[in-house]
Design a binder for this molecule. Structure first.
Ligand code: GLU
Length: 527
């Protein structure tokens, strides 16, 4: 094994070798030929790859077995990078959020801006929620590459309440399929309060994100199994969703929910009267199962991994396990987008534009598809029942970053795209500018100019828009650029001016224009 691996290292492509070599040099600041393991761990941490990440187990073992007192030499460094895809990608900042530390700084800033908001009231329909300290505020992020960040009371447990609804919906969908599930649950926003005694025109609950639909979803899950097995089934799925971390159960919350459940009982009987349930559904058992699901407890650190699993089409980014299939997740995201935020769902979809689900404990799960999952906990609720700070955080997040589902429609935006490397968008614009000049696309050139690009910008080789236009015989562009006063005599890295390019291309008209420009500028200088 060891032998074949060292052969592989010898076979590194020269590109990889060069890249690894320059990275090693960067890390080996004192040029001793060794890198301290701590330096690597800190680099990984800055990228959000934390020490408890189970994907690092093999890396840790190899490191511990091979590192010498002096540190990691180049050979070991290459071996570690070759062996571990995640480590290599993290060190090269080749993860979905390449500048993760900068991104987290922005998150911390928003967190503190939102923290001062003390508006709203905590839920008090059961004593266990009424007693919660309203000051709690926790936020955790997990990206689809498993980059993690947490701030605030992120290790404190709270009951998930309605944030169990999307998960139960997915579990029912995986077990029974779309057709069967939606024979019993609609998929329209209700426009009514989450526990209102109302059904759709077919006599079915409006959707799985409000109480009636969630009770129905519970009735469908492992319906022929014993209640204990049903609960074990969903807890085990929660555990897998949270990357193998145990979720807890708050028995007092469960007992209280059961005791104050008149409305939920009423909903269940109303659905039974309308023959909405599958035959032989035991209502009391179904409701108890539903209360148990609401009483599951976890913390934002764990729940952000569950949210990231949704963002990653059902595959847990830390364990690589496929928890739900992508179709199930897609359906669930549609319903979270339209119905996940109680009576604020339409407004949230309009303003924030990402799937989310909140619960009366002040819990909020937010999914940014293909990017990250976010879990927020702050117990004070607004009139609709959503966490006040949770909603404010989402609004501010979307003001800053282009995460809204339809932000991709906006070509001109001041929002940041954290999926891009720091200077990537600038570089892309520059390449577009130079290409537009070469292709004679004046509209694009003017658009980029309007976005603030300097028409004198040059690429790595010192080539400007005027160089490209001159060598590609784009007369109109050359005239436009000179009208705009661009420098006509900038030299590229080979010492060529746009005029040299025009002469080489035998572009006579442009040669003439540029020569006239030279004369004009010289005259001006003389004056
Ligand atoms: N256990 C609560 C109920 O069924 C859930 C409420 C919620 O979080 O929306 O009333």
């Amino acid at each position: 094994m060891e032998k074949s691996r060292s052969k592989k290292i010898e076979n590194l492509s020269s590109f990889e070798e060069k890249a690894a070599d320059s990275l090693f040099k960067q890390l080996d600041k004192n040029e001793k030929g060794y890198v301290n393991p701590e330096t690597i761990w800190r680099k990984l941490e800055n990228m959000g790859i934390l020490e408890d990440d189970i994907r690092l187990n093999e890396f840790r073992t190899t490191l511990e077995n091979s590192v010498t007192e002096k540190g990691i030499d180049k050979k070991l460094f290459l071996k570690l990078g070759k062996q571990d895809n995640l480590v290599r990608r993290a060190l090269y900042r080749d993860l979905i959020i390449p500048d993760f530390k900068d991104f987290c700084k922005e998150i911390i800033k928003i967190y503190h801006e939102v923290e001062v908001n003390k508006k709203g009231e905590i839920a008090d329909y059961i004593p266990q929620l009424a007693r919660v300290n309203p000051e709690h505020f926790a936020l955790s992020i997990c990206t689809v590459d498993g980059q993690r960040f947490s701030i605030g009371d992120s290790k404190d447990n709270f009951c998930v309440q309605s944030t169990c609804k999307p998960i139960n919906y997915c579990i029912a969908m995986e077990e029974l399929g779309e057709e069967t599930v939606h024979r019993h649950i609609g998929r329209e926003p209700s426009g009514r309060s989450f526990n209102e005694l109302s059904l759709n025109h077919k006599g079915l609950p409006h959707n799985p994100m409000i109480n009636a639909g969630a009770i129905m979803a519970c009735s469908l899950i492992k319906r022929n199994s014993a209640i204990a097995d049903r609960f074990e089934h969903i807890s085990s799925i929660w555990k897998h969703l949270c990357g193998g971390r145990n979720v807890h159960f708050n028995n007092s919350v469960y007992l209280s929910e059961r005791q104050t459940a008149d409305r939920n009982f009423a909903l269940a009987y109303f659905m039974r009267e309308n023959k909405a349930f599958m035959p032989k559904t035991d209502i009391t058992e179904t409701l108890e199962f539903y209360f148990q699901c609401c009483s599951i407890e976890s913390c934002t650190e764990n729940l952000s991994i569950a949210a990231a699993t949704f963002a990653n089409s059902g595959i847990n980014p830390l364990t690589g396990e496929a928890i739900f299939n992508e179709n199930t997740v897609r359906h669930c995201m549609s319903l979270m987008s339209s119905c996940g935020m109680y009576d604020f769902s339409g407004e949230f979809a309009f303003r924030v534009g990402v799937p989310a689900k909140s619960g009366v404990s002040g819990s909020l799960l937010v999914v940014i598809p293909n990017v990250m999952g976010i879990s927020i906990w702050s117990p004070r609720l607004d009139k609709m029942g959503n966490s006040v700070r949770g909603v404010e955080f989402c609004k501010k997040l979307i003001d800053k970053f282009n995460f809204h589902m339809y932000d991709s429609l906006m070509e001109q935006t001041s929002k940041k795209d954290p999926r891009k490397r720091k200077h990537e968008s600038k570089v892309n614009k520059l390449i577009n500018l130079i290409y537009a000049a070469g292709y004679g696309d004046l509209n694009e050139l003017q658009r980029l100019e309007a976005e603030g690009m300097s028409l004198n910008s040059s690429d790595y080789d010192g080539r400007t828009a005027l160089h490209l236009a001159a060598s590609e015989n784009q007369v109109e562009i050359v005239k436009y650029l000179l009208d705009k006063g661009v420098k006509h005599d900038l030299k590229d890295r080979w010492g060529n001016t746009p005029l040299n390019d025009a002469i080489r291309g035998d572009n006579k008209e442009i040669v003439k224009i540029l020569e006239e420009e030279m004369v004009l500028k010289d005259k001006k200088k003389m004056k």
